[in-house]
Design a protein around this ligand. Sequence first.
Ligand SMILES: Cc1cc2nc3c(=O)[nH]c(=O)nc-3n(C[C@H](O)[C@H](O)[C@H](O)COP(=O)(O)OP(=O)(O)OC[C@H]3O[C@@H](n4cnc5c(N)ncnc54)[C@H](O)[C@@H]3O)c2cc1C
Length: 472
Amino acid sequence: MNGFRTILGERGVIEDADDIDPWVHDWRGRYHGASRAILSPATTHEVAVVVMLANEMGVPLVPQGGNTSMVGGATPPPDGSALILSLRRMNSIRSISAQDNLAVCEAGVILSNLHDAAQAIDRRFPLSLGAKGSATIGGLISTNAGGTQVLRHGTMRALVEGIEAVLPDGSIHHGLDALKKDNRGYDIKQLLIGAEGTIGIVTAGSLRLVPSIADRAVGWACVASPQDALALLRHAERTIGNVVEGFEILGDDTLAAALNLLPGARCPTQTRAAWYVLVEVDLDAVGGPSAYERLESALATAFEKGIVTDAVIAANEAQAEQFWRIRESLSAAERSLGPALQFDISVPVASMPAFMIDAAQAAEQQFPGTTTSSFGHLGDGNVHFHVRAPAGTDGPSWIAQTGPIISAYVHDRVVAAGGSISAEHGIGQMKRAELGRLASPAQIHALRAIKAAFDPGGIMNPGKLIPLASEA
Ligand SMILES: Cc1cc2nc3c(=O)[nH]c(=O)nc-3n(C[C@H](O)[C@H](O)[C@H](O)COP(=O)(O)OP(=O)(O)OC[C@H]3O[C@@H](n4cnc5c(N)ncnc54)[C@H](O)[C@@H]3O)c2cc1C
């Protein structure tokens, strides 16, 4: 550890077991690792020298930001062979410009801090998620994170204009320039986005900002089915244009769990339905019909067409926040219903409504006693599909014994529907074997070839993303 201490100083090397402990378990508490130390560089240069030394010594590194990975991506292996490389000290916003619509952030900047900084210059970074108070720019880039605004603004792939990174040999990729056009062959930036720390350490990113919201309206609509929910989205897009920024679906059972969990919360509409949609319309500029008027007109005509059965638009910001509070509580609400297997899946958008119904019925039939629910980003073809354990079951042993069988069943259906077993959370260690089982030989070959080309010594985040020889 002396070599690392020489580079980083006392502050940059944490060896106290109590200080290390919170960072060797994943957010869901499913993976438990071990590490002798957390290395905590403060500059890109320090990252480069640390990586060079680790490469020489053959010491594996696990890059870590906020440790909010849903797939055990930032948890070190349990044998203690790897060191954690935390980027959390690299937390400065190097520059932010309304003129360029750009923020250059170091990897350890927490998402909500970027939101605040952008707001201060009358701009916004249009990506948000439940872990925004902990998730870092480096982690968001490395998982190609999504969230609730992908419909209009895309995932991190669409929002990252440039990347600075340290590659596994310790060399620095200086790629922060935000070029609109750049055709110099392979795009290293896009290779690093979503690479889950397996081919390099992201030290900073140039991120696209958009105008702050000039006017917004948030509505809650009752629909009879996911098919009608999708019909509402297409109807809204056709009638009011590309201003629908949020479009989230949930079932009545999920709503009931949320209302149970949130003190004082109530269903926004007078009537209940089988399904609900939370819809947000955002205008970048004022002029013409307001966001409220546009949403009201879309919902009224959808009502006339029989697509929605009831709807309400938040009368003010406080009410809009109440609607979103329900949406943001859904993961916790679902957890309160007992042990469950949670699938973060996508299929082509047009196929998602039927998938939600068919897969739920099929899973409940195939595994008697289980109950299912799905909620989330319908407009992106991405829902969180949950299969809950039969009542009275011991959660951990049910997950250990039946989990792999149910996972394989659900993933097979996803693949048969032309979908992905990881829509936004990545592969990490949780889905590595399933990726190996289901990906095409060409995809596995490409993943391994890229990994080997960048990281021949295999020091970058071992055990994550790339299926083992026995798994493919
Ligand atoms: C409540 C909650 C809600 C969530 N909602 C969403 C959602 O809506 N959409 C979504 O996409 N995700 C969501 N997530 C998952 C998670 O927040 C994202 O994956 C996030 O991008 C992880 O950021 P992090 O800084 O915590 O990264 P970590 O968890 O620390 O790391 C994630 C992965 O990135 C790697 N990594 C981290 N930093 C770097 C770096 N600087 N360079 C190279 N590799 C690095 C790690 O090794 C690991 O593989 C949610 C998580 C929680 C807990």
